[in-house]
Write a protein that binds this ligand. Structure first.
Ligand SMILES: C[S@@+](CC[C@H](N)C(=O)[O-])C[C@H]1O[C@@H](n2cnc3c(N)ncnc32)[C@H](O)[C@@H]1O
Length: 259
């Protein structure tokens, strides 16, 4: 079961706030060359393009299903391509990414590589979930470690690749970043019940498990996950505090010749 644009969009209202906060970190200038890493359905890439008039915006994603949805939004100054975040090349005024780089390993090297693709005065602006210690995630790990799922998954457990805010700040500085901003924020969501939380996870963190499990074990996995979530969050509604990390830094302008 790959990424499903409709399932993902089910919680799109809840996803707007971090995107708006991330947009608030962008240094808006005219005519930027922009790449959005892990653009998903393209809806937020389109909003990004709206906010940057005269810019050329490219959204990239590794999921064909997400790209099929995104391509319906193509217009002058906005296009989409299938590409892995780890394979991005080129030179950019703005490298933007909302809720995607946690799927990529090795942030120590990734951040440096992305920073090296920035033009002078270019900006790296990223939001990544950092809530992997939340019960919604640890219960996934527990279910994945229990039989028959452990065997069905061949022992697979997702390794989330998110560093601390201090580590991102230090990395950005080490790569010559200026105007460094780096913070974590908890986004409060109130969901009707524990099953709604399971639905949210099924659109994101559960995707790699559903991809790997034999079809006959997918619904039993979801059922055990729902059961455990209901046990952990018996009250209705359910408060879901979603911790996210946002960071941005600018590559300095090149010194003028002779200076
Ligand atoms: C949670 S969605 C975020 C989508 C969009 N940025 C948004 O905020 O709505 C994560 C996206 O990252 C994509 N993704 C995951 N790993 C990737 C990789 N290594 N390279 C490119 N895209 C990736 C997924 O296909 C998915 O569309």
């Amino acid at each position: 079961m790959p990424w499903d644009p409709e399932r993902y969009e089910q919680f799109k209202t809840e996803r707007y706030q971090p995107f708006e906060n991330l947009m608030g970190l962008v240094n808006v200038r005219d005519g930027l060359s922009v790449i959005d890493l892990g653009c998903g359905t393209g809806e937020l890439t389109s909003r990004l393009a709206d906010a940057l008039p005269g810019s050329d915006v490219l959204g990239v994603d590794s999921s064909l299903e997400m790209l099929t949805a995104a391509r319906k939004l193509e217009r002058e100054g906005l296009r989409f391509e299938r590409r892995g975040i780890e394979d991005v090349t080129g030179h950019w005024d703005l490298i933007f990414s909302n809720a995607a780089i946690h799927w990529v390993e090795g942030h120590d090297s990734l951040i440096g590589r992305l920073f090296s693709l920035l033009r002078p005065e270019g900006q790296l602006v990223v939001q990544t979930p950092s809530n992997f210690g939340h019960d919604s995630h640890t219960i996934i790990d527990e279910v994945a470690a229990s039989e028959p799922f452990r065997e069905g998954l061949d022992g697979y457990v997702t390794n989330w690749n998110v560093l601390s805010i201090d580590a991102y700040a230090a990395l950005l500085y080490a790569h010559g970043g200026t105007d460094i901003t780096c913070f974590e924020k908890v986004y409060p969501h109130v969901l009707p019940d524990a099953d709604a939380l399971a639905d949210w996870m099924s659109g994101t963190a559960l995707v790699p498990y559903m991809e790997r499990l034999p079809e006959a074990l997918r619904e039993p996995f979801m059922e055990r996950y729902r059961e455990r979530l209901r046990g952990r969050f018996p009250a209705k509604p359910v408060f879901f505090g979603f911790r996210r990390t946002l960071f941005a830094a600018t590559r300095p302008a090149e010194p003028e010749a002779g200076s």
